[in-house]
Design a protein around this ligand. Sequence first.
Ligand code: BGC
Length: 751
Amino acid sequence: MKSRLLGALICVGTVTLPAALAAREAGQKPDAAATNRAGEPWRNKNLSAAARAAALVEAMTLQEKLTYIHGLFPNRIDPRPADMVPSAGYVPGVPRLGIPTLRESDASLGVANQMNRRTDDVATALPSGLATAATFDPKLAYAGGAMAGAEARAKTFNVLLAGGVNLTRDAWNGRNFEYLGEDPLLAGTLAAAAVRGVESNHIVSTVKHFALNAQETGRTILNARIDEAALRESDLLAFEIAVKDGRPGSVMCAYNKVNGDWSCENRFLLTKVLRDDWKYPGWVMSDWGGVHSTVKAAMAGLDQESGQELDKEIYFGAPFAAAVANGTIPVARLDEMVRRILTGVIASGLYDDPSPSAVQPIDYAAHADVAQRVAEASMVLLKNQGNVLPLAKRARKIVLIGGHADVGVLSGGGSSQVRSVGGVPIEIPLTSGAAASFVRVTYHNSSPLKAIRAIAPGAQITYVDGKDPAAAAAAARDADIAIVFATQWATEAEDNRDIALPDNQDALIDAVAAAQSKTVVVLETGGPVLMPWIDRVPAVLEAWYPGQRGGEALARVLFGDVDATGRLPMTFARASTQLPRPGPLGLESLKNDAASNAGSGTNEPVASFDVDYKEGANVGYRWYAAQNSQPLFPFGYGLHYANLSYAKARFTGGAKPGVTVAITNQSDRATVAVPQLYVTLPDGSPLRLAGWNRETLAPHETRSVTIAADPRVLARWRDGRWRQAAGSYKLTLATDAAHPLQSASVALAQR
Ligand code: BGC
């Protein structure tokens, strides 16, 4: 097997060490046997991960080090060595030192298997990241990460390309569904929890895509422009929280440029921010096809080139070895790169507890329950006029309309695509566009129709596909209740052109609502959509992409077996004119762009273009506040079936700013309250989420809840550092960003 592996490596361009350099190297290095005699300090668990990594680097040959700084893209390797399976990445290890081969898989929403390249290798599909964000629940984010990590490890993967934490700046971004919404504290906190969950399996997680990969259109050519303070207080704050609280082994830099430099050769991001300011000890890996240079990238802080076959050259292969040989890149920098990779590998537990070399059994039933719990907690009840929901189990005749609700639920497309347990009832290839080479429109096998029939066995439940609005209206008229399943598909590598529901679904909803006063709209969307029919429909439930148990979760929420407790992690606009940008920029520059994804082409820019983030740090609800504009549904919003009441709150300032309040569940059903604390700084800048809680309340239970304001959102980035100004801070207890319950001003000192 080893010789096959070496053959493959040579054929894909692994570096052969220049002879002079090899000799110099041999002279500098203590031989491996001597190191072993000295007790193999890298195996000493009493030393820090960084110290152990440094000892390993000392023991490695130059060739071993040069091999560990660039990874292969298995989909482009033919023939593949026996231990390499189709997946995102592969970096051969150093067995004599116990340095593991890195086996990388995408895993934002479960272990990915795009295009079924590992034939019928199924995994548990979580709901979209945005759905996880809608739970506002770090414990569920952790559980999802732990579950995906356990499956990955059992499948022999040991580096998960998870932890997507790019903020939603544009509602139409094709990848919003993978991320965690528009607020840095919410997104950063949940990403950190998910990363810790993944790494609890002694494998590495990334956080990605560092930074400002906020639209997919032209993602490999665009230049994102924003001023430093705004960046620090928004996208970078989300990353800072994810990195400091989640301690991921690796950070993946993004495709795009930030303020003129490619993210993967951006010294400001990779060295100033990540290393100097945040003291991040792990490694920076590139996005797949995101490297553009050897010396500049290495000296800016990139530690490892990923998916090397997707770059124009294998920059960290032969050119890197040559640059070390001629002194352009100091050996010390190479050592630092490898040390950082190994620090992540050791700190995650992977070095001491290597992932198995053969596939292990997986308890898919238990894992499906995790997916269902997340889905149930994520659904957001947007409207419920006249308490149309929850549905009575004794309802006689219910018609389900559209959205393929007879067979399954929609998932988002891209590198995160999981081939879910239970199979794929619908899979539609794309015929054009940047995503076509690696994406199919995919449904998970979790039929809402079957689940609703199971939960309400006495009812007569039928399905019509909704293609003919008149026929759907007739079926709705003939029923006691109509549920329209409206879908909006989104994918990596492309943006939605707008946020209207596609395929004439608005007309379908209008037709059904005109025929049936008890019409419920269930949305399966990648993010916000416009709802021109909102005044004519009594009930709307946002179900996101609900994962492989989405149908079952939907049935339980619709019938009230669990309360609807999800909250919006992003603002829903009333009209597109409220958004900071009218739609994806740079569409015209895509004509020649065969490269916007990891599956095709090269990453050479054809025509760069700028995207100016004029909203700065006022992302999402802060933008609406700054514009004094009222969205359709604000960030943090969501109705309950239960009734909650809040007693008089006690706000505190000084060293422990926050709020304590007693919350009572006045209903006969259990629920979860999600009280939120917002702060307005003395400078009057738009409000910020400063904390929240998620409290389970039994029927008629009262609980005292304390929410501490996170100091990281009380400060502003001024003159090159965080400063909390002395002054009066307005704290607001609220049910969402636009519905305050109680406020008080508290005094805080300078910090
Ligand atoms: C995506 C990353 C992903 C990588 C490997 C890229 O196109 O942007 O999120 O991890 O491919 O599949």
